[in-house]
Design a protein around this ligand. Structure first.
Ligand code: SF4
Ligand code: SF4
Length: 151
């Protein structure tokens, strides 16, 4: 899958969305969800979306609107050593603030332990919550899921 590459400069500027939409399907709730018109699908509805990073303000309204759970948020400079990731999560039970869980890559491989910072429920059709997790900065672009297995 080709990623919509983001510059280090934009990452360091503040919270921003990342889209990793894997398949060409006729779908565009992400485009409609963005109040800044920062999400673009060019040419045809089946093309995968891209983010205009000059327009994205990191509001993350788009995250729970994606039926494919393909939108994430990142606050790269959350602390000196950690980024804060915003991950869509449909499962129950929800994790809780302070839980130490496994962060997984998009194939389910364990990457590193993460700490749950906040859980926000959304009024979305799929009962999607947004889980904020603290991750080591080097994994901001790798961790995309959490495993409830605390271990
Ligand atoms: S985070 Fe907000 S501004 Fe950025 S793409 Fe998503 S909805 Fe648009
Ligand atoms: S809503 Fe999600 S699955 Fe649909 S086009 Fe946007 S990113 Fe892809």
């Amino acid at each position: 899958m080709k990623k919509n590459k983001i510059s280090k400069k934009r990452l360091e500027k503040g919270p921003v969305a990342i889209i990793e939409c894997p398949e060409k399907i006729p779908c565009n709730p992400c485009v409609k969800a963005c109040p800044k018109e920062a999400i673009i699908i060019e040419d045809s509805l089946i093309e995968t979306p891209k983010i205009d990073y000059k327009k994205c303000v990191g509001c993350f309204l788009c995250i729970p609107k994606c039926p494919g759970l393909a939108i994430f948020g990142v606050y790269y400079n959350y602390t000196k050593n950690e980024s804060l990731l915003f991950i869509p999560y449909e499962f129950l039970p929800r994790p809780k603030k302070g839980d130490i869980l496994w962060g997984l890559d998009c194939n389910g491989k364990k990457i590193s332990k993460v700490i749950v910072e906040k859980v926000t429920e959304t009024p979305n059709f799929n009962h999607c919550a947004i889980i904020q997790i603290r991750v080591k900065k080097k994994y901001f672009d790798k961790i995309r899921m959490i495993s409830y297995e605390k271990k």
